[in-house]
Design a binder for this molecule. Structure first.
Ligand code: A3P
Length: 307
């Protein structure tokens, strides 16, 4: 089945998820050709749930010894999506052999991103020892962030659907890499079954105590901070380098595009928990709350919706 997604992005139902047709070939190539290494780190996310932030944090944590001086850090001159590319985008190429040899020569540990749901990840990832750091976010804020982003990246479609109609689609799971519920539950279940393989994070929790989660991610990736690093302010430096204000105001993030010509500046909007209250009517609150109860009730997965 095919659906017209938001902002005129076409979606096709593939292996139970709505794949943006622009990424379809990339997803198939990624599944078919990617050769995972045991040292790989995969940042897996629901779109608009803090991908840009988690990619930056993970890159900075892993590479903290390579780039110990804060004034020439790659995150000051490159966007985190450039440093930690989406695998479905990396594989959106015709010449697979060149891509594979480039990937196999990359410095280890390699860090990649993906929006692909857990059941559809390549076998080679599932069968290797690589680590997956996952982030999602309360669906109220994720929806608003997505709605605004979709309209910004394609202003011609601004008035194609109302926010209420778009929420109807969201609740039915019709959006890129949706249904969101299945996406979250797939990684959630895997994180419970295999806690050494999948670390499950929530945007709200990171916002509340980023220091704790930076340490948690480092431990999970088997590179915990030493006491010396802690007392030398290494954790604080990483947090500051990846903070919303810092990243938003970098020249590299103010202009230019990434991946499929998305403008980088649209990646940084408010970066807050609870902004949804400015967009939801009582009927919309009821609709989404009911859907969440139906889809997530009993799973043990719940979210904070205000700061
Ligand atoms: P808002 O639209 O609510 O402001 P993604 O990176 O997955 O596309 O998610 C985008 C959301 O993360 C946006 O939320 C954006 O503002 C926020 N964001 C981007 N960089 C961030 C950072 N460094 N820290 C916290 N939030 C950030």
């Amino acid at each position: 089945p095919k659906e017209k997604g938001w902002a005129a992005r076409h979606l096709c139902l593939f292996q139970g998820f709505w794949c943006p047709s622009a990424f379809f070939q990339g997803v198939i190539n990624f599944q078919k050709h990617f050769q995972a290494k045991g040292s790989d780190v995969i940042v897996a996310t629901v779109p608009k749930s803090g991908t840009t932030w988690l990619k930056a944090l993970t890159f900075a944590i892993i590479n903290r010894q390579r780039f110990s001086s804060s004034h020439n850090h790659p995150l000051l001159t490159s966007n985190s999506h450039e440093l930690v590319p989406f695998l479905e985008f990396v594989f959106h190429v015709d010449n697979i052999q060149d891509k594979l040899s480039h990937l196999s020569n990359m410095t280890e540990p390699r860090v990649f991103g993906t929006h692909v749901p857990f059941p559809s990840l390549p076998k080679s990832i599932k069968e290797s020892n690589c680590k997956i750091v996952y982030i999602c976010r309360n669906p109220f804020d994720t929806f608003v962030s997505h709605w605004i982003f979709a309209n910004k990246i394609n202003p011609h479609s601004m008035h194609e659907l109302t926010i209420e109609e778009t929420l109807e689609k969201y609740c039915k799971g019709i959006l890129g890499f949706g249904p969101t519920w299945e996406h979250m539950l797939g990684y959630w279940k895997e994180s419970i079954a295999n806690p050494n393989r999948v670390l499950f994070l929530k945007y709200e929790e990171l916002k509340e105590d980023v220091n704790f989660y930076v340490k948690r991610v480092a431990e999970f990736l088997d590179c915990p901070f030493t006491e010396e690093e802690e007392s030398n302010g290494v954790i604080e430096n990483i947090i500051n380098l990846c903070s919303f204000e810092k990243m938003k105001n970098l020249e590299v993030n103010k202009s230019g595009t990434f991946d499929r010509n998305f403008e980088k500046k649209h990646l940084f909007r408010k970066g807050k928990v609870g902004d949804w209250v400015n967009y939801f009517s009582p009927a919309m609150i009821e609709k989404l709350s009911k859907t969440m109860e139906e889809k997530l009730g009993g799973s043990g997965l719940s979210f904070k919706t205000s700061s």
